[in-house]
Design a protein around this ligand. Structure first.
Ligand code: AMP
Ligand code: MG
Length: 337
């Protein structure tokens, strides 16, 4: 299949929407990362997403809608707390898991009775949903297991020849996927995947926000994941990633033992000044680190790097999302200095 490259202009967005209405799949920019969009109500179209990504069938897809009021068409019951949270944070980088109705096929929800609903704020994604008139299922537009794509070039690298089109909307703003939450007893929020809508932000609207244990820890044998995506190794470049927790002095002493041509460190911007070994930086604040993380992991692969030592991010605020992606990229290999 030829994958056509489309631009962020009305004529091309109409083409993208037509492809989706016709059962095809399109790489679409969003404010988080690029998504692989298809009609969420069309089981054949959804199947082609799973095939293109090589995604396990039990890993559910998030359904993207133009407005939260449309969620009633695809869900069975929306708790009051979900409406309050949506009112504040939608459109934006937040997915709310709700009980689904029959208009969402089982293949879309990975066999679950719930569906994750997101209202993207990116004008390209938003316009394509409006023009297509479809609920759009859109996982990240990477091959399963690889770092998520934050540019149209990344989508082409993974998906050229496997999908109908990619819309180029520039670099993704946030750089990590949406925060995924579930509402419990209409009183608490459980964060299933951390993102740029943080625990602190959710606490402004509800008294109890639980961080699901699978966010920071590997699942034990036989344990089931509240968010199926959490059980897979994820976000990994070809290079072996090791996360190292400690200050820059201890970090530098540690990586000295491994100094060679194909070993790199991924450190904070301010660490670079006196760092004596091969390195890249991934920002200074947590938001910058979220923005750059996946881009850097892909760049390190392009350099043919074999091993990457990453200076662990803070786990506060958006930092938790960065830490969560890195710990999976590292297959839970963390050195605590
Ligand atoms: P991605 O499609 O790559 O953004 O990944 C979607 C993430 O959302 C995965 O980790 C899924 O496990 C999670 N997710 C999607 N739908 C649900 C759901 N109904 N219940 C729990 N987690 C979900
Ligand atoms: Mg993904």
């Amino acid at each position: 299949m030829e994958t056509i490259l489309l631009e962020d202009c009305e004529a091309d967005l109409i083409k993208a929407a037509d492809i989706i209405r016709g059962g095809g799949i399109v790489g679409i920019p969003t404010e988080t990362v690029y998504g692989l969009g298809a009609d969420a109500s069309n089981p054949e179209a959804v199947k082609s997403i799973f095939n293109a990504k090589n995604r396990p069938a039990d890993n559910p897809l998030i359904v993207h809608l133009a407005d939260f009021s449309d969620a009633e068409k695809y869900t069975a019951n929306i708790p009051e707390l979900a409406k309050i949270i949506a009112d504040r944070f939608c459109p934006g980088p937040l997915t709310i898991v709700l009980p689904k109705n029959d208009r969402i096929p089982s293949i879309t929800s990975g066999g679950l009775k719930t569906v994750g609903i997101r209202i993207p704020s990116h004008k390209v994604m938003h316009r394509i949903i409006e023009l297509s008139g479809c609920p759009i299922a859109a996982p990240s537009a990477n091959t399963s297991g690889l770092p998520s794509p934050t540019s149209a070039a990344h989508v082409m690298d993974d998906m050229n020849g496997k999908i109908n089109a990619v819309v180029d909307g520039g670099q993704s703003e946030f750089g990590v996927e949406s925060t995924v939450i579930a509402i419990e007893n209409n009183t608490s929020v459980r964060i299933l995947r951390p993102g740029c809508i943080t625990k602190e932000m959710l606490l402004e609207l509800c008294d109890n926000v639980i961080i699901d244990p699978a966010i920071l820890h590997d699942l034990e044998e036989g344990q089931t994941a509240a968010s199926p995506g959490m059980k897979y190794k994820h976000y990994s470049p070809s290079a072996d990633v090791v996360m190292v927790e400690g200050n820059i002095k201890d970090f530098t002493e540690y990586v000295a033992k491994f100094n060679s041509m194909d070993v790199y460190s991924l450190i904070y911007d301010e660490d670079g000044k006196y760092f004596p070994y091969r390195y890249m930086t991934y920002g200074s604040t947590s938001s910058e680190q979220a923005h750059w993380l996946f881009q850097r992991l892909r760049e390190l692969d392009e350099l043919g790097v074999k091993k990457v030592f990453v200076r662990a991010p803070s786990v506060d605020g958006v930092g938790l999302a960065v830490y969560n992606r890195l710990i999976r990229a590292a297959g839970f290999e963390v050195i605590k200095l």
